[in-house]
Design a binder for this molecule. Structure first.
Ligand code: GLV
Ligand code: MN
Ligand code: MN
Length: 395
């Protein structure tokens, strides 16, 4: 089965009938179905499957051991996401293993395909949850206490699906097996005009939550001058984020999620939660966040409200390993080097082991949306390029 056929196999899993696209999250039926599908496909290719203490699934060609060449990505999505962000890397990895076996290739060192858990943070807020737990970059107690939009903790969600949350935590032995990690991913911007590119860097990224608190009241009987409506400073903050990013230059600030409590058409909210996502090649999103927070405080004060800021995640800028990038470039002649403003498990791993990425062209650049796309021919090119890379690294 090639990568296009593998992707077709999961086309009905986790479809979001309300938002469109896919909502595939950790500790849900769709998440479990995808994990089972991967394990089954890996076993059919003769790989040995193990699930680690953080819910990441590893499929080994050869006995697990040090200096392994590891590839893979994730199967979860953002809410209402596309079909390629994550699954393309997993399907391409399985197809590449099959391609290499067909070539009669026998790896001289262990080779593994990994599926990382909850890369998007679509349910519990922190991105790259599985890889951050593996590396120790995320504290296990903090992870267990994360809550989804319905207030369910990660610990309870895992328990409800028969997984044991007490095992979460750093896994230095498993990490020590990884000699090199290469993640293939659909390109998520408009920068790639050939089928395959090589990742050079990831810009710095952070996520913050701002909670505006005012006074719940009646939408009809409360005079405008009597209101303490937290939606007013929240709205000002959405606009301030756009202005702050534009001032900073080549920086992106986004409010993609805003939740009024209690959320009724005829109700002045008592509080509003707003999530801010900032990415900047300047390396430190701090000044942009300070700029937005200044505007948020001013607007909150003017409305008689308060605002509190919580850091949800910080992802420092990543420069991928030069020597590995050179080997990828040699294995995929003519592929351009590409920096990205999207986050990846490869970025988390890069702080611990040599890591690199292959990007596959996305004709419109749309991502994190149902219209995300890659042409079949480009998917095939990507999987072949990944097989060539793995052959070069594992020989
Ligand atoms: C993940 O894809 C992100 O960049 O947020
Ligand atoms: Mn994504
Ligand atoms: Mn992804």
């Amino acid at each position: 089965m090639n990568a296009v056929e593998l992707l077709a196999e999961i086309t009905d899993v986790g479809r979001d009938r309300t938002r469109g696209g896919y909502s595939r999250h950790l500790a849900t039926a769709a998440g479990s179905d995808l994990r089972d599908w991967f394990a089954e496909q890996a076993r059919r290719r003769g790989l040995d499957v193990e699930t680690d203490r953080n819910g990441n699934v590893w499929a080994w060609w050869g006995a697990p051991g040090p200096d392994a060449v590891v590839t893979g990505s994730h199967l979860d999505s953002v809410p209402g996401g596309g079909a390629f962000d994550g699954p393309l890397g997993v399907a391409s990895a399985l197809a590449a293993v099959q391609d290499l076996a067909g070539r009669g290739f026998a790896p001289a060192r262990p080779l593994a395909v990994v599926v990382f858990a909850e890369e998007e943070g679509g349910r519990f807020g922190v991105p790259c949850l599985g890889s951050r737990l593996l590396t120790g970059d995320l504290d296990a107690d903090r992870a267990r206490a994360l809550r989804d939009a319905d207030g369910v903790s990660l610990a309870d969600a895992l328990t409800a699906r028969g997984d044991d949350p007490s095992t979460l935590g750093p896994d230095p032995e498993r990490l020590a097996r990884v000699g090199r990690f290469v993640e293939l991913h659909v390109e998520q911007g408009r920068a790639l005009d050939v089928p395959v590119g090589i990742g050079s860097a990831i810009v710095a990224h952070g996520r913050w939550r701002l909670r505006f608190t005012g006074r719940g009241d009646h939408a009809g009987t409360t005079a405008l001058t009597d209101r303490r409506d937290p939606m007013i400073p929240a709205a000002a903050t959405v606009l301030a984020a756009r202005r702050a990013a534009a001032r900073a230059g080549d920086t992106r600030a986004t409010v993609g999620r805003l939740v009024p409590n209690p959320g009724g058409t005829n109700v002045i909210a008592s509080s509003v939660d707003l999530w801010l996502d900032v990415r900047t090649p300047a390396g430190d999103p701090g000044p942009v966040v300070d700029d937005v927070l200044g505007a948020a405080r001013e607007a909150a004060h003017a409305e008689g409200c308060t605002v509190a800021l919580t850091v949800e995640s910080l992802s420092p800028a990543v420069t991928f390993d030069d020597a590995l990038a050179a080997r990828l470039a040699a294995a995929v002649p003519g592929a351009p080097m590409l920096a990205t403003a999207a986050g990846h498990d490869a970025g988390v791993l890069a702080a611990h082991v040599p890591a690199g990425m292959l990007h596959v062209r996305n004709p419109t650049g749309v991502s994190h949306a149902p219209d995300e796309h890659a042409e079949d021919g480009d998917v095939e090119c990507g999987a072949r390029a990944l097989a060539d890379v793995l052959e070069e690294l594992a020989r």
